[in-house]
Write a new protein. Structure first.
Lengths: 393, 409, 324
């Protein structure tokens, strides 16, 4: 036994000697992303990662001119809080990492941001819509996506004001995001006098039959789905096939060409609310979608555009901090993010005191075609701009 | 003898030095961990062994952690999972009851403190919460009692069920607890559903200790108590009864082992460790929601127990260490290293890594490699890394090629 | 519409949905049961073997679609083709998994191959995803619509059955019958039963144990593959992780019916499918929204515990006796 371990010790020492030392390599700035890259939520997580990667490649020019090497470090948080926290400790242990774009799940983002807070490392979230993320008032935590309590209201405003829906049936996917936005939609819809026929949560991904049966019997004007396209697409598809006539509406988790790939003609005419403008009208959005497709061979997932913008904002902050070739500090970067004004793919972003976007301009977009390639043709039907609620005392 | 002692001391010193010189090299830290194992296995006087281990864990580790908080986090998680693995080891390893829903007890403990250590309890009782963080220590006990009670509650109806039927029932129970945590935000808001509970109070650090170090030492202390209790249990009356029913239920019963009480004790003991660590976990994370308590977590803890060697206390600790370190450090380190090569534009066999398509991103395949490692470990070391002594003897009885008809094909 | 009327009105539809779901679970459960019956081992990787069949099926359909001949092939032929391919693919995958990951562990304590199986499951999930991301650069794959299968028979105003649900139902029944006949009426079946009973004795009787075990995995895997193809046809889209939850449920169904018992898998699947459908449809209607569809799993698992308390060997009992 002992002999074997002796050998182990020696080989470890040798490995140590040849290992690439992580000692100072000059002026390098690293930007990290954290999102699930493996497991069931990997599609969205990878979308975020690719959004960050694209932005780093496109916008790092100025920093490089100033004499910095800019590296991108993707982390896989596996959608698990304990892994996310361990990763974030690894991130703060690397003094070259100046900012994090992440996470996908609020359940991972909240405990991880407690870690970032300790060293004032900027975290800009592309996808965490849970109000708690910024309501804690941390100086280093930002998000570019809308809050649940904003997007839910946008949805109900549209359902009541434009669609004139009298009855609605709400389904959500039991995630922080899905249930959160569905609850705010419900509360506001009831306030406006829309009758909520049912409010149902399900983790189901494929078989929605038992949920659709009561929906069909109650015959609502509108079905609102709180969640991601992976649940919405089969639900809407199976509902149409079963003869449900209701209109469909959902939040920005539905903004993916995979929705029409899965649900086909069933979702033509479906509405979704998002901060990412339709690519037909907004050249920036079109440019992003085209470049993403060209580079990675597929359409961006939901939150990829937000990740792209978040990274652009982080890089802008880095540029102000490093003016004159000064080495950045994490604290300075985190503070600089607050004053960045950026017009990106998802509209003009400016942060309020909590780190939320000041006013989010929402688009209500209608799916135009059952061809996934023509996701870009979706039409803007309404623009709504709502400010986040004032901070609670 | 002196040579061996010198060797262990040397290994520890050298590894400590390595971490000191390369504070961010994962290899150095692995070397440090390896030297701990080396000390544990080395043939040196017990007193030297324990003194060195105590020195490493109580002094060196916090110092290392002061310079690299990441290692401290890994060490803390290792301690948490070691306690979990020890708890499950009682149920699976000693009593031979396959439990696929162990994380349920962890969840129960977590929610105990999460609800009362945060403003969440106001939604149930009106006002007066959160409890002051000092209550955390009382809740270690509450978590223990509630989880043990849950264990008995699960144990009672399922005692007649044997073998793999029990496995499915426990699997179902684990899911039931998670789904309930995910849904009990109405009609009365107990758990706040998928949105989770935050901020959860943390015990205050005394003497101005840095928080990470304090928490690490606290978890280490609890884990040490768990190890101690396990050692006492293993050779106690009840421990032997557990092993008796594992080997042969009928025979054990005939020898006068009370089946019902023994099995319930196993469930309760196993659950109580998970309950304590649940309380610790919720305080460590400051935020919990049901995503932390999925079926995969149960499977992860089970893998730790079996990798280490069923029924073996050092095995469970080593299994927890290996799985945690593998997942949090080695595989991550590997993909970070590859990423670094990629960023640097290194060429391998004339191929520039920077052109690697994004489908081949190394960070995406950590779990796949973990799967392969699990398979290989089972094939090449089926008895576990540090098998229980009694089991070792048992397996030794098998003729080396007893594979009935393996050659026939 | 009156509430009571609504409850009654949807009853037949809920029942039908439950049956279709139950047949799906039953088909997957057959794979668990076959292997368990012979080796007393939970093949944890069966959920990935199952979804692999769905991938084989969709690749063929997409290949045909790419070649532009999808519309010209008559649908029954198409269905048979993808079923056969899915069965072959999953069957072979199961056999190779057994050869690589389980056979070296045949004499190890019972939990060892279980962990190995978990390793295989992790590996396969990300490996399938890896292959698809290289091959199609896609995460979700979608079964092309075959219009004939989507045709629905309207029984009443609120109740209808699509052709694909009938395909699932009859497919499952057919396979169950075939498997039952194979195990109970053929010589190979007798050999399988002999190996299940006592491997050493069987080998002494001149049965090649390894070959029979491989065959068991082949059959179990093929059943999983068929289930995978039908799953894809029924629900339309799959990804590398879609197999996990149905696999878990089917495993529960197998145990519920009495693991190792083929008709038991069917019965377990039916009970679980119906329970889920009823709980999901009625829970929130009956409690006024206080409890929702998500309690279906709690409901299903509580019933499982109840049934096992009164019938500790499952609904139809275990075929294999416990070895002392």
């Amino acid at each position: 036994m002992s002999k074997r371990f002796f050998r182990l010790v020696v080989s470890l020492l040798l490995a140590l000697a040849v290992a690439p030392s992580a000692l100072a390599q000059g002026k390098t700035i690293k930007i990290a992303s954290q999102s699930p890259l493996s497991g069931g939520q990997a599609a969205l997580g990878e979308g975020i990662k690719l959004g960050v990667q694209l932005a780093v490649e496109q916008f790092k020019g100025n920093l490089e001119k100033a004499g910095f090497k800019v590296d991108f470090v993707p982390y896989d948080d596996q959608a698990k809080p304990d892994v996310g926290v361990a990763n974030s400790k690894s991130i703060i242990a690397d003094p070259e990492i100046m900012g994090v774009i992440g996470h996908l799940n609020s359940g991972v983002a909240i405990p991880s941001s407690e870690v970032y807070k300790d060293v004032n490392l900027a975290m800009i979230s592309p996808a965490n819509t849970n109000p708690t993320v910024t309501d804690r008032g941390y100086k280093n935590v930002y998000r570019v996506c809308g809050r649940d309590d904003v997007q839910g209201v946008v949805g109900s405003e549209f359902a009541h004001g434009t669609l004139k829906a009298k009855t609605v049936y709400i389904v959500h996917d039991k995630t922080t995001y899905g249930q959160g936005v569905a609850e705010f939609f419900k509360a506001d819809a009831e306030k406006k006098g829309v009758k909520v026929l049912g409010f149902e949560g399900t983790e189901e991904k494929s078989n929605f039959d038992p949920i659709i049966t009561p929906i069909k019997a109650k015959n609502p004007d509108l079905i609102y789905y709180g969640g991601i396209y992976e649940g919405a697409a089969p639900l809407f598809k199976q509902a149409r096939e079963k003869g449900v006539k209701a209109k469909f509406l959902g939040p920005d988790g539905l903004d993916s060409s995979d929705l029409t790939k899965i649900a086909g003609k069933s979702v033509v005419g479906m509405y979704y609310t998002t901060v990412a403008g339709p690519v037909t009208v907004y050249p920036a959005a079109k440019k992003f979608a085209d470049e993403f497709k060209k580079k990675y061979g597929k359409n961006p997932e939901p939150f990829a555009a937000q990740a792209y913008d978040a990274t652009a904002i982080l890089i802008k902050a880095l540029e102000t901090v490093t003016k004159g070739g000064k080495a950045p500090t994490r604290e300075a970067v985190a503070a600089a993010v607050r004053s960045v004004k950026h017009t990106g793919v998802t509209g003009a972003i400016e942060f309020d005191a909590k780190g939320d976007p000041k006013t989010a301009l929402y688009f209500v977009i209608q799916v135009a075609s059952d061809d996934p390639q023509k996701w870009g043709d979706n039409k803007e039907v309404k623009k709504l701009s709502i400010a986040p609620p004032a901070p609670r005392a | 003898m002196i040579l061996r002692v010198a060797l262990t001391v040397g290994a520890l010193a050298l590894s400590g030095l390595a971490v000191w010189i390369f504070p961010r090299s994962i290899l150095a830290f692995l070397f440090f961990q390896g030297s701990l194992l080396f000390i544990y296995l080395a043939d040196v006087p017990r007193r030297v062994k324990w003194a060195l281990l105590a020195l490493a864990l109580l002094v060196m580790m916090p110092v290392i952690g002061y310079f690299n908080a990441y290692y401290l986090e890994v060490a803390t998680q290792v301690a948490i999972f070691a306690a979990l693995a020890l708890g499950l080891n009682i149920v699976v390893g000693l009593a031979g009851l396959l439990d696929l829903g162990y994380v349920a007890f962890f969840a129960v403990g977590s929610y105990c403190w999460a609800i009362f250590g945060s403003p969440q309890a106001n939604a149930i009782f009106g006002g007066g919460f959160p409890l002051p963080p000092v209550w955390f220590f009382a809740f270690l006990l509450v978590g223990l009692v509630v989880a043990a009670g849950t264990g008995v509650l699960l144990g009672l109806p399922v005692l007649r069920i044997r073998g793999d039927y029990l496995a499915v029932v426990t699997l179902g129970f684990g899911e039931v607890i998670r789904v309930m945590a995910n849904n009990l935000d109405k009609p009365i808001n107990f758990t706040n559903g998928p949105k989770g509970i935050t901020p959860i109070g943390r015990p205050p650090a005394p003497f101005g200790l840095p928080y990470g170090e304090y928490f690490y030492l606290l978890v280490l202390l609890i884990a040490a108590v768990v190890v101690l209790v396990n050692r006492r249990l293993e050779d106690s009356h009840i421990g032997r009864a557990w092993e008796a029913i594992r080997e042969d239920e009928l025979a054990a019963q005939a020898m006068g082992v009370p089946l019902v009480r023994t099995k319930l004790m196993a469930f309760a003991c196993g659950a109580s460790f998970a309950g304590i660590m649940g309380v610790v976990f919720s305080a460590k994370q400051v935020f919990i929601n049901p995503e932390s308590f999925t079926f995969l977590e149960s499977i992860g803890v089970l893998a730790m127990v079996i990798l280490g060697g069923m029924g073996s206390i050092p095995g469970a600790v080593l299994g927890a260490t290996v799985v945690t370190v593998l997942n949090l450090q080695v595989l991550k380190g590997l993909s970070l290293w590859l990423n670094e090569l990629k960023n640097a534009g290194t060429t391998v066999f004339g191929y520039n890594l920077a052109n690697l398509p994004t489908q081949l991103e190394p960070a995406k395949y950590e779990r796949m490699i973990f799967g392969v490692i699990l398979i290989l470990m089972m094939i090449f070391r089926p008895q576990g890394m540090l098998p229980a002594r009694r089991r070792q003897r048992e397996l030794g009885h098998l003729p080396p090629k007893a594979a009935g008809g393996t050659e026939a094909a | 519409m009156d509430d009571f009327q609504l409850l009654i009105g949807i009853l037949p539809q809920v029942f039908m949905d439950g049956l279709v779901l139950g047949f799906m679970y039953a088909l997957i459960a057959l794979g668990y049961t076959m292997v368990y019956g012979v080796l007393e081992f939970i093949n944890f990787a069966h959920s990935e073997i199952f979804i692999f069949g769905a991938f084989v099926g969709v690749e063929i359909l997409l290949g045909l679609k790419g070649a532009g001949v999808l519309a010209s092939v008559p649908w029954p032929l198409l269905l048979l083709l993808i079923l056969a391919a899915g069965m072959a693919g999953s069957g072979l995958l199961a056999v190779s998994i057994e050869r690589v990951a389980y056979r070296p562990l045949r004499n190890a304590p019972r939990l060892i191959p279980l962990i190995s199986a978990i390793g295989v499951s992790f590996f396969l999930q990300d490996f399938i995803r890896f292959l698809e991301s290289i091959w199609r650069n896609a995460f979700n794959l979608v079964y092309p619509d075959i219009d004939a299968l989507n045709h629905r028979f309207d029984l009443t105003e609120t109740i209808d059955v699509p052709v694909k649900s009938l395909v699932v139902t009859f497919g499952a029944l057919g396979m169950l019958w075939g498997l039952h006949a194979l195990v109970n009426r053929t010589k190979v079946g007798a050999a399988i039963r002999a190996v299940a009973e006592d491997q050493t004795a069987a080998s002494l009787m001149g049965i090649n144990v390894n070959r029979i075990i491989s065959l068991t995995f082949l059959i179990g895997g093929a059943m999983g593959g068929a289930a995978g193809v039908l799953f894809g046809v029924q629900y339309g889209f799959i990804n590398a992780y879609s197999g996990f939850i149905p696999g878990l449920k089917a495993f529960t169904a197998a145990v519920l019916g009495g693991i190792g018992n083929i008709p038991g898998a069917m019965a377990g699947g039916m009970v679980l499918g119906l329970l889920e459908a009823f709980a999901a449809s009625y829970m929130s209607l009956l409690t006024g929204g206080a409890f929702g569809a998500e309690y279906k799993d709690i409901f299903a698992f509580s019933m499982l515990i109840l049934i096992l308390i009164f019938r500790p060997r499952g609904l139809l009992g275990e075929v294999v006796r416990e070895r002392a």
